[in-house]
Design a binder for this molecule. Structure first.
Ligand code: GAR
Length: 210
């Protein structure tokens, strides 16, 4: 079977990128990371990619006239490496028209909260402040909104009264590293069907939701 070619967009540490690379390399996902792109030259994610012989590209948003030009450059890079699916992994910029139109239904994101709660930045801090008992993470397809696209997988973790933002972030991150590769695997195996807001997972020819 031809391997799915994944392009990862990351702005920072890159632990989710690492998890996807590791699952690809172990054969757990029939995919490969074809390129990693970052808006930040100092993102550790780029170094992680290089350590695995994966092309790592820095595209500086400020060198472009606006979001559309900047994203068109990303699109060119993704096309150059034959990318089938883009995974946002700690990518901290909004996704606009150029990326969405070039990769319709082919961009995924991981968000550190149980969407639709706590969208946007500092989701873990928002959850701690709010006093929720449970939080978690969500892998979803990206649409025009911020953290609004159809949900593929979620994982739940407890929130304890004494938690600080960092405690909850670490607990959630562990689950991110489980469900993001799993979502990529389901996509690579052609087992995701989007119907409106719902993403069904094909299991023995039947539609399920996890
Ligand atoms: C992860 O917790 C991810 O869910 C979050 O940034 C972190 C990146 O970590 N993403 C967002 O908040 C997107 N709005 P990583 O660089 O180690 O993968």
């Amino acid at each position: 079977m031809k391997k799915l070619r994944v392009g990862v967009l990351a702005s920072g540490r890159g632990s989710n990128l690492q998890s996807i690379i590791d699952h690809c390399e172990s054969g757990a996902i029939p995919a490969m990371v074809a390129v990693a792109v970052s808006d930040r030259g100092d993102a550790f994610a780029l170094e992680r990619a290089r350590n695995h012989g994966i092309p790592a590209v820095h595209i500086h948003p400020q060198y472009y006239a606006g979001q559309e030009e900047y994203e068109s450059r990303i699109v060119l890079e993704m096309q150059e490496y034959g990318v089938d699916l883009i995974c946002l992994a700690g990518y901290m910029l909004l996704v606009g028209k150029a990326l969405l139109e070039a990769f319709p239904g082919r961009i995924m994101n991981i968000h550190p909260a149980l969407l639709p709660s706590f969208k946007g930045l500092h989701a873990q801090g928002q959850a701690v402040e709010y006093g929720v008992r449970f939080s978690g993470c969500t892998v979803h397809f990206v649409d025009q909104g911020v953290d609004t696209g159809p949900i593929i997988l979620q994982a739940v973790v407890p929130v304890y009264p004494e938690d600080l933002e960092d405690d909850l972030s670490a607990r959630i991150l562990e689950q991110e590293h489980v469900i993001y590769p799993e979502a990529v695997r389901l996509y690579a195996e052609g087992r995701l069907r989007v119907d409106g807001r719902k993403v069904y997972i094909l299991q023995d020819g039947k539609r399920t939701m996890r």
